[in-house]
Design a protein around this ligand. Structure first.
Ligand SMILES: [Ca+2]
Ligand SMILES: [Ca+2]
Length: 192
């Protein structure tokens, strides 16, 4: 009889210990759930940055992310047509510059990597009528160096970002000029 009483008390103690351990585990889960909810709240407030960091990972190696595009600053020196083909082979276009923010980003990056870079516009079809090759649209935003474009001496039908023009735009001969270039690949938002 004494044995049975001892056995029962021991089992009861074990049960109490198990119950206490379960309570601890529940409290731990409850704490984790609270922290998880706080993280979700914080992420929902920081959604733009969160999205940007996701998009950033989508640029291929060697390409630089800015706003909604990936950019490649080509190291090869090519004429405008070869540069355009090189971008197309990467499923991109020579860069179309649309805003002062984009231009500032391009200048800042180009300055560290070279002196002359092809951009994606020409006035080859009609002199003075500049068109972006990416979508055949006219130029809205422009950043011409003073007195440019001037089609000086020879036909200057292609657009360059030029370190010797204060990192502004110059019209240059499309073919004899062998310079670096900037490709732009617009990103597709995965979440919209
Ligand atoms: Ca652009
Ligand atoms: Ca010029």
């Amino acid at each position: 009889m004494e044995d049975i009483k001892y056995f029962t008390e021991e089992k009861y103690d074990n049960l109490n210990e198990t119950q206490a351990a379960l309570m601890n585990t529940m409290m731990s889960y409850s704490q984790s759930l609270r922290l998880l909810n706080e993280s979700i709240q914080e992420l929902s407030h920081r959604q733009p940055e969160h999205l940007q960091s996701c998009i950033n990972r989508d640029c291929h190696t060697g390409w630089i992310h800015f706003q909604n595009s990936c950019y490649l600053f080509g190291n090869d020196t090519l004429n405008w047509y070869e540069a355009s083909s090189s971008c197309l082979s990467h499923h991109a276009d020579l860069v179309k510059v649309e805003t002062v923010d984009e231009e500032t980003f391009l200048k800042t990056t180009a300055r560290a990597l070279g002196t002359h870079f092809w951009l994606g516009a020409r006035d080859e079809v009609t002199e003075g009528s500049w068109v972006w090759s990416a979508d055949d649209s006219d130029l809205d935003y422009t950043d011409w160096y003073p007195a440019e474009p001037k089609n000086y001496l020879v036909e200057e039908d292609c657009l360059e970002l030029s370190g010797v023009h204060n990192w502004q735009w110059n019209d240059a001969p499309c073919k004899p000029s062998l310079i670096q270039f900037i490709c732009e690949k617009r990103q597709v938002f995965p979440f919209f």
